[in-house]
Write a protein that binds this ligand. Structure first.
Ligand code: ADP
Ligand code: GN1
Ligand code: MG
Length: 358
């Protein structure tokens, strides 16, 4: 049976009307199976949680339920917070007979989801959304959250996983990616930078989103202002600078994440600056001076880590990130490394640009 058939069967287990017009695959996420259920006057998002990535779906949904309730109490606009729909049994997850875990969200209507921001102002609005998210969760009790993917942004451990995949070379692909392997190995001293800062007391653990790419935030389609942060599966304790950085690697790129023509891929310093401005505005002064000074490190860390993860997945036979063509993870890896190179070239400007917020 295809996932779409499972999805259609799952609909009857949620408190939503049964006379839907269509149920179709939706969006460009790399992890979950996402479907849009449409009716003449409303829509819902239905997702099967990816259990290769998330070993404990009930912990994922527990985090999301707690965080969305907490945020709802702080926000006036109901469209600004994701809303889970209950199952007919009053639960938040439905487990089907073949062990898929399904959840349903209200569709955030009249919104824009951009794989790549279309203007500097779009990107600033994404930054405001994630900055406000950081700020609004600053008083959330972090100890109540499950770690849904252990060591998710532990870059030194990601490096270890990369070395293990390289050693195994299970698909005989290492020989064709020598340049990329060298790129990762050459930067080994950088990977512990944020953990070292944390050890020294310079980088606090906070409640963070951990997957802040541009298509995980919605803008209002009428005003193009920040509307709603989505994809809440990875909310866990983490570093604010990584939330900043993951947005930079995805949105301050002049081309698509999987662009094959690397001459089109550039790190846009103006977008970096605009995002820093919007993010810090959203955080409302909540970040410490050392966090502000480490924003460039967050950008470079998330970019190289993501590239390393794509390369690891390529070496391991493309089992983690969804792909739609052969070689896509390698193309994704190469765009990230091109961005890292350009960040390194722009490093002094990046560091200088955040000083004015101290
Ligand atoms: P993945 O973990 O696979 O990235 P997401 O939760 O990000 O899954 O969902 C995939 C896509 O579905 C998003 O990028 C967005 O386009 C769309 N989406 C998800 N939830 C909603 C929602 N509540 N309203 C509107 N669009 C949504
Ligand atoms: C995945 O789920 P999605 O597509 O929003 C991944 C992120 C990567 C991103 C790269 C849970 O994000 O960590 O940065 O792909 N999410 C997970 O595009 O691994
Ligand atoms: Mg997503």
């Amino acid at each position: 049976m295809e996932m779409i058939d499972y999805a259609k069967q799952a609909i009857s287990h949620f408190k939503i009307p049964q006379d839907y017009s269509s149920c179709t695959p939706y969006g460009n996420g790399h992890i979950n199976a996402t479907f849009c259920i449409t009716y003449p006057n409303e829509k819902y998002i239905m997702q099967a949680i990816n259990q290769n990535a998330f070993k404990h779906p009930e912990q994922v949904i527990s985090n999301i339920a707690r965080v969305t309730e907490f945020l709802r109490a702080k926000r006036e606009d109901p469209r600004s917070v994701m809303k889970l729909i209950e199952t007919t049994d009053g639960e938040k997850l439905y487990r089907d007979d073949d062990n898929h875990f399904w959840r349903v969200y209200s569709f955030v209507e009249n919104s824009l989801c951009l794989d790549l921001p279309e203007s500097t102002e779009d990107f600033r609005q994404c930054a405001i959304a994630f900055g406000c998210f950081q700020h609004d969760l600053s008083t959330f009790p972090a100890e109540e959250l499950f770690e849904t993917i252990p060591d998710f942004h532990n870059t030194p451990k990601r490096y270890e996983a990369f070395l293990a995949a390289l050693e195994a070379d299970a698909f005989g692909r290492a020989a064709e990616v020598e340049k990329e392997i060298k790129f990762v190995k050459d930067r080994v001293d950088f990977y512990s930078t944020l953990f070292d800062a944390h050890e020294k007391g310079e980088l606090p653990l906070r409640v963070t989103h951990n997957d802040t790419k541009s298509n995980n935030v919605l803008l209002d389609a009428s005003t193009r202002k920040a509307l709603c942060v989505i994809d809440l599966d990875t909310i866990m304790p983490g570093f604010s600078v990584n939330d900043f950085g993951d947005s930079i690697r995805s949105g301050a790129n002049t081309a698509a994440e999987d662009e094959r023509d690397l001459s089109k891929v550039h790190f846009n310093l103006e977008l970096f600056k605009a995002y820093a401005d919007g993010f810090l505005q959203g955080c409302e002064g909540g970040l410490t001076s050392s966090e502000i000074m480490l924003l460039p490190e967050g950008a470079k860390m998330m970019t190289i880590e993501c590239g390393m993860r794509f390369l690891t997945d390529y070496l391991s036979g493309d089992t983690y990130f969804r792909t739609s063509r052969p070689g896509q993870n390698l193309d994704r890896c190469r765009t990230q490394f091109k961005l890292v190179e350009e960040m390194e070239a722009a490093w002094d400007d990046m560091k200088e640009s955040v000083k004015k917020y101290l």
